[in-house]
Design a protein around this ligand. Structure first.
Ligand code: PLP
Length: 428
């Protein structure tokens, strides 16, 4: 397959957009080469500017869970757009989507709409700090909660050290309030609680991690976090930007059987338009302005176009919960197909999967946290990524990203994908 026009468009973009992209994950830094420029997409397929057709395994990083250009969503957006796209005043649609979300997720009373997952997580932390009157938070190395300052912190040397910023521009002061723990390691969390028993406002976690590949929580890990948070009167925040409305109607909370205090959403919730949200019980949500003292606002929050897309998406998922099983079944077909092909080749690998999230790591060690995810052989991953791209399959362009399947994917597409993989392996 040829990607000349994509390469040329990327060169033009680099002159006027930093790095040529509006979000770094699109730039192919981990795999090399120029990103693929998209002309249009429908169902499971991407149509690029060079005339290639690609089977899509990222689904816009999650939102297109029912496939691209899903007819009911497109219709709802068109209809809504004709009547005006933003008012800065309330619409009934905002109440409708909130009612639906509250019905789908049993342990939330109220939900506040924002414009991105980043905004949702940033606001959730402010709310937790305001509510608990505490300043520190615990986050896990390798978990991504958007690009706000408090979360751009990486491990120093060991779990007990203060975080150091991993982006210039994040102050030492901010970094000091973010304590780092290891995913699937309760001891690393306990140590922080022992040291700061009455200073930790919240523990924020991806209930199924998806930003260091897919890493499911080990048995007891989420339950352990829940108990620690209860013991120390700390709020547990589930970042369900990726898992929400993907793993089940009630997200990871339902799927894992563990309830958080504040839950953040994004991706699927917006149906492909820019939406994030955070939700909790009345007692906590009533701390938000204008009801309470914690301020958070947004000119385009609850935007009618975005709400029309989101409402249509959620309604469909609410009425067709078999989608979640269908997606899981498709994901299993991929993982078992890839496993059996790799087993024959005796190439070291790990496949992680939870629901419709999955990732492939070229390492012989179980991938349970950021450290073990980083052991993967990146040369193999690069070859795999480009090998699949050249055969018409678009995978996440980094070993640290989860695949996002969409339900438009057919059995034929899955067979095609596995044949492409077999062909790549043969020529490796
Ligand atoms: C994508 C993502 C975010 C950030 O959402 P944006 O809409 O990109 O700001 C936050 N948390 C998780 C778990 C995510 O996957």
């Amino acid at each position: 397959m040829q990607y000349q026009r994509s390469s040329s468009l990327f060169r033009s973009a680099q002159a006027v957009i930093p790095g040529g992209v509006n979000s770094p994950v699109r730039a192919f830094k981990a795999v090399g080469g120029a990103p693929v420029y998209i002309e249009k997409a429908k169902g499971a397929y991407l149509y690029d500017v060079d005339g290639n057709i690609l089977i899509d395994y990222i689904s816009s990083w999650g939102p297109m869970i029912l496939g691209h250009a899903f007819e009911p969503v497109i219709e709802a957006v068109k209809k809504r757009a004709e009547r005006g796209t933003s008012f800065g005043m309330p619409t009934e649609l905002e109440t409708q989507i909130a009612e639906l979300a509250v019905q789908m997720v049993p342990n939330i009373d109220k939900i506040r709409m924002v414009n991105s997952g980043t905004e949702a997580c940033m606001s959730a932390i402010r709310l937790a700090r305001g509510y608990t009157v505490r300043e520190k938070i615990i986050k896990f190395v390798g978990c991504y909660h958007g690009h706000s300052d408090a979360f751009l912190i990486q491990a120093g040397s060991g779990a007990m050290t203060f975080g150091i910023p991993n982006s210039p521009g994040v102050t030492q002061g901010t970094a000091r309030d973010t304590l780092l723990a290891q995913y699937n390691d309760l001891e690393s969390v306990k140590n922080h609680f022992k040291q700061y028993p009455d200073q930790i406002a919240a523990v924020i976690v991806e209930p199924v991690a998806g930003n260091m590949g897919c890493i499911p929580p080990q048995t007891g890990f989420m339950e352990g976090l829940r108990k620690l948070c209860d013991d120390y009167q700390t709020l547990l925040i589930f970042d369900e930007v990726m898992t929400g409305f993907r793993l089940a109607k009630g997200g990871a909370q339902e799927s894992l059987g563990v309830n958080a205090d504040i839950i953040t959403y994004g991706k699927v919730l917006g149906g492909g338009l820019p939406v994030g949200a955070y939700a909790s019980r009345d007692e906590i949500m009533d701390y938000l302005a204008p009801e309470g003292p914690v301020y958070q606002a947004g000119t385009l929050s609850g935007n009618p176009l975005a709400m029309a897309a989101g409402y249509t998406m959620l309604s469909y998922l609410n009425q067709n919960t078999e989608v979640f099983e269908s997606l899981e079944g498709k994901t299993k077909s991929i993982t078992s197909g890839i496993s059996s092909l790799l087993d024959k080749k005796s190439i070291p690998f790990q496949i992680n999967r939870y629901g419709s999230m999955m990732s492939l790591h070229f390492t012989d060690q179980p991938v349970v946290d950021f450290r073990t995810a980083a052991l993967g052989n990146n040369e193999d991953f690069k070859a795999y990524f480009h090998g699949m791209l050249n055969r018409g399959v678009y995978l996440p362009p980094s070993a640290f990203e989860s695949y996002f399947l969409n339900d438009a994917l057919s059995e034929k597409d899955i067979d095609f994908t596995l044949s492409a993989f077999e062909d790549w392996l043969k020529n490796k």
